[in-house]
Design a protein around this ligand. Sequence first.
Ligand code: SF4
Length: 367
Amino acid sequence: MSDTIGIYLHIPFCKSKCPYCDFFSGKATQTDYDRYTDILKSSIIYWSGQTYKKVSTVYFGGGTPSVLGADRLSKLLKTLQNSFEVLPDAEITVEVNPDTGKSLDFEKLKRTGFNRISVGFQTAVERELQALGRIHTAEDALVTTKNARVAGIDNVSLDLMMGIPYQTRESLKESIDFCASCGVKHISSYLLKIEEGTHFDKIKSQLSLADDEEQAKLYLFAVEYLEKLGYKQYEISNFAKPGFESRHNTAYWKCGEYIGIGPSAHSFLNGKRFYYGRSTEDFEKNIIIPDGEGGDEEEFIMLSLRLKSGLNFREFEELYRHPLSPLQLKKIGNFANAGYMELDEEHACLTPKGFLVSNAIISELLA
Ligand code: SF4
């Protein structure tokens, strides 16, 4: 087990609710922001007493952390720096919505120690932004990334969505070109998923949504085109210029330990998984829900196969003191013959075609 951990801070506020989103977030007032900042500060101090591990990554996610503004975000980061031992080269990310991001004081954030931003961009096409109920323009995302870079935060990621109503291969290409023209180092590219209980779930029959085949075509096109522009795929949905892979998220996929602070935030610490429920009141009372042991071999296989570097046979054997079973190796060989996996003496990893059906492949390997 590594002697470092990641810290995730959940900010459960958004200026408006996007119709496809099922994250724990909602509208709030400035007074709510102040109160929540104080609750988070107390919780950070509490958790610093639960581990002596050094912090190698910090991630402010949500919701929309940027609604808090640079002062509150900086106060939270300072509390964390004063409570934990944060490594000097720690990756410190804050998620930013282009709407609030364009007027955010990035210089202040940079001075406090933030060195990476992740922008909820989604698409450069106005009609698609409207279909998603987004409250910003593509221009806002451009201004946000530019302001961050002028302030010295050069490590910028954009979220890009695929399978949006009305999206075509050409409009997806336009959005990817837009991301590249912003000069960003990292792109997270997700397929729109209709989550249960969301507004999109209620009106899905009225939405002109891409079917599975169209979604697959969009995904495979994005993988190929992003690679062409120098964004190398390193995970199912993540692409980066060399050296700019997200260290925080990569640690999740490598079974690294992390503490998630805030309602709905998940943790993995001292071999145990646990989380806070979707209630700020329960979070304030520090009601934690246990979620079993973590880091077993099934989890290792499942998480490793999310990464392009794939499943390392020797690493598996060293961790679990036995090799993969002959049946698992046979299945991997069959998937490789069918073009879903790539295989050499040390690794097995999913191909882009394999990533599209990763859940089915992983279930089969673990059956
Ligand atoms: S801004 Fe992000 S977190 Fe907030 S509602 Fe929209 S998708 Fe969800």
